[in-house]
Ligand binder design. Structure first.
Ligand code: ADP
Ligand code: TRP
Length: 330
């Protein structure tokens, strides 16, 4: 274990699917085995797009339960809910005063709105609330509050981590050395998980398989995976098959090699391949799924874990706020 502080946030905007798990959550769970990690459910970041408290709460529990059921190391990891830490609102507000407005204008997510609005002839800021506009400041506060060294994120979040570095720099230049400059670690696109229709699995495409879908639903979803029209006899290309791509993440090396052979040799229909995939996923996930379902049925257990995390997070956050307040207000 090195002593670098790893931090990341996960936005509770959907039920976690296989793509989220394989691309983002699994690497975090692995990292938690030998790093001190701050990991939080970024419910405040969900607020600019989700205005339904029940939905945010439900997805918060789902993400926490999934991480716990999949073996997150809770000793090394401070797992908490972002909104439980009052210091985050304070730091975010303090940082507003050293953050140039122009930096926010350059944020990809905001610019996407401006471009879309311009295209359709609407007001440039139509549909943009201040939560969306100042999103990068809140994210910088998340990162800087806990003295983070390393921030693992998807490619779409890289700019936000760079902004956190910039904002830390503006603060340090104005008030003297205070914040460490965080480094992003970017997950590669190479491992993008395909969804039911072969495009990237994403809630925006409605092509997802929830990681912990009950057995019956899992089977239905897998049977709906779109394939080409090759007959059972024809040889098939495993590397172009969503079925095989998903299988690779759940099977061991020998099993993967065996299924690859069957694809190439011909004589196996896609229906059979789907059944093989379903049975593998269903059996690999059976034990953690039972634990996930148990936790979801006992949310007070999740609350207790998150409350413990919040307490540990607050111990660090309150020191940062005291330091910042002193520098800014004397
Ligand atoms: P969605 O595309 O369903 O809206 P998010 O954008 O909320 O998912 O994804 C959260 C994280 O999960 C992303 O930062 C990314 O790292 C990971 N992720 C999402 N979909 C995939 C996928 N199909 N393959 C690999 N990783 C993914
Ligand atoms: N913005 C991130 C996302 O949309 C989630 C997030 C919030 C985050 N705060 C963070 C990620 C701090 C890393 C560090 O996925």
């Amino acid at each position: 274990m090195d002593d670098k502080i790893v931090l990341t946030g996960i936005k509770p905007t959907g039920t976690p699917h296989m793509g989220n798990y394989i691309g983002a959550l699994k690497p975090l769970i692995e990292m938690s085995q030998n790093h001190k990690t701050f990991m939080f459910i970024a419910d405040l970041h969900a607020l600019n797009s989700v205005h339904d408290a029940k939905e945010i709460k439900q997805h918060t529990y789902e993400i926490a339960a999934l991480m716990i059921a999949m073996g997150l190391n809770l000793e090394n990891t401070v797992l908490f809910r972002q909104s439980d830490i009052d210091e985050i609102y304070k730091l975010s507000n303090f940082l507003m005063n050293v953050t140039p407005k122009g930096l926010m204008n350059r944020a990809h997510s905001y610019k996407a709105y401006v471009e879309k609005n311009t295209e359709i002839g609407a007001d440039v800021d139509a549909g943009v609330n201040m939560g969306l506009y100042t999103y990068p400041v809140l994210m910088a506060a998340d990162i800087l509050l806990y003295n983070s060294d390393i921030v693992p994120v998807g490619k779409d979040q890289k700019q936000h981590v760079e902004f956190a570095r910039d904002i830390a720099g503006y603060f340090n230049n104005t008030y003297g050395e205070t914040f460490k400059l965080p480094e992003p670690i970017i997950g590669s696109d190479a491992g993008l998980i395909p969804g039911l229709d072969g495009r990237k699995m994403s809630k925006s495409y409605d092509n997802t398989i929830p990681l912990f879908a009950p057995s019956g639903e899992l089977k239905k979803k897998i049977m709906r995976i779109i394939t080409d029209s090759k007959t059972p006899d024809e040889p098939k290309n495993p590397d172009e098959s969503t079925i095989f791509q998903l299988y690779k993440f759940f099977a061991d090396e020998n099993e993967i090699a065996e299924l690859r052979e069957k694809f190439i040799a011909g004589g196996m229909g896609y229906g059979t391949a789907k059944t093989i995939l379903f049975e593998k996923v269903d059996s690999v996930l059976a034990t953690p799924r039972a634990e996930y379902e148990r936790l979801m049925a006992n949310p007070s257990e999740i609350d207790a874990i998150l409350a413990n995390g919040a307490e540990r997070a607050r111990a660090v956050a309150s020191k940062t706020i005291a330091k910042v307040k002193k520098k800014m207000l004397g």
